[in-house]
Design a protein around this ligand. Structure first.
Ligand SMILES: Cc1ncc(COP(=O)(O)O)c(C=O)c1O
Length: 340
């Protein structure tokens, strides 16, 4: 029998909601245990766990959607599995096999199916896999035990009133070092970004834009999302850099721009002093899919792209196409959708 929940789907934001089950697995003596679903949402750690002191942890973020006919599907979970493996390797943590990662996500979604917002609400089930280095060990070295867990929670539509452009300001702070961990989804990057985010919000902006840490001349990331721009000659351009997170949404948009919209696409340097080449710009990531960028504030001037209030046509088309695939209204390229 389907569980009945008292959730107002239209009011959902991105606040933590405890769902019924999470996946939990331990790594000890060189191997992972079987892994179980548990109702306990509290992790028990030693006070000297390396994740707490030295940030040895990584995570992922992806979504499951309810389709029009009530089916449940995950978007590009294999890509999150691969990026998770890359993060584990960078921080010397044991790698989770791709099949285990996918199985854990599917099991958690299935066990919490009642929490998946209905089709048409704009909501989805956010899935958060993570790994932490545990076991008491004070030295700065990899932990000798690990926990891999996957939990989920329902989240609401990012833009309640439909896609709306917002403004961003360029930050003087760096999110990640040029040969650091910017390419991986590890907590340290996010801890380092909170001050810059707060400053941007206090100044009336949605978030900040990070420039490349070496020269401070090129766009890197837009808050916790990748940047893309549509050029005057109708190319889809997104920054190439070793210190940005390889966004799965960005690579999906890149593919759709090329194969569905027939555009030329490119990963290249995006200079903050050359924003005039773009007619439209956006931030992309799992949370909002696309956040249209109204303008970017830099050197005391707001550079407006398409409009501060209206969404550009290419941005809109990309958004509509990708969200239609995620919601099952449009068939996606092979392998993008995993049905429960
Ligand atoms: C720093 C950062 N950049 C970009 C992204 C977008 O990546 P994805 O499209 O895989 O969600 C994220 C995650 O949402 C992020 O945390």
């Amino acid at each position: 029998m389907t569980k009945k929940l008292e959730i107002n789907w239209d009011q959902l934001g991105f606040e933590y909601i405890k769902t019924d089950y999470r996946y939990l697995s331990f790594w000890k003596d060189g191997q992972w245990d079987e892994g179980v679903l548990t109702e306990d949402n509290v992790l028990h750690l030693g006070e000297a766990a390396p994740c707490l002191h030295y940030g040895q942890q990584c995570f992922e973020g992806l979504k499951a959607y309810r389709t029009k006919n009530g089916e449940i599907q995950l978007f590009r979970v294999d890509q999150n599995a691969k990026r998770f493996q890359d993060s584990c390797q960078r921080l010397l943590m044991p790698v989770i096999p791709e099949e285990t990662f996918i199985k854990a996500c599917l099991e958690v979604v299935k066990a919490n199916a009642a929490y998946i917002p209905p089709y048409g609400t704009g909501g989805s089930l956010y899935i958060r896999p993570m790994m932490i280095g545990v076991g008491n060990s004070m030295a700065v070295k990899p932990a000798n035990e690990y926990i891999f867990t996957v939990f989920c929670m329902p989240v609401g539509a990012y833009f309640k009133g439909g896609l709306t452009p917002v403004n961003f300001m360029v930050s003087d702070y760096d999110r990640a070092a040029c040969n650091g961990t910017g390419q991986q989804k590890v907590g340290g990057n996010y801890a380092a970004s909170m001050l810059a985010h707060e400053i941007a919000v206090k100044n009336g902006f949605a978030d900040c834009i990070y420039l490349d840490p070496t020269t401070h001349t090129k766009i890197e990331e837009v808050g916790a999302a990748n940047f893309f721009g549509i050029t005057r000659d109708n190319r889809f351009v997104t920054p190439a850099s070793p210190s940005i997170l390889p966004s799965i949404t960005k690579y999906s948009l890149l593919y759709l721009a090329e194969h569905v919209l027939g555009m030329a696409v490119s990963e290249e340097d995006v200079f903050i002093d050359e924003l005039d080449i773009f007619t439209e710009a956006g931030a992309c990531g799992t949370a909002a899919v696309i956040t249209p960028i109204g303008g970017i504030f830099h050197h005391n001037r707001l550079h407006v792209f398409y409009s501060e209030t209206a969404v550009g046509p290419v941005t809109k088309k990309l958004y509509d196409t990708l969200t239609a695939i995620q919601l099952g209204d449009l068939a996606g390229p092979e392998g993008w959708i995993t049905k429960l």
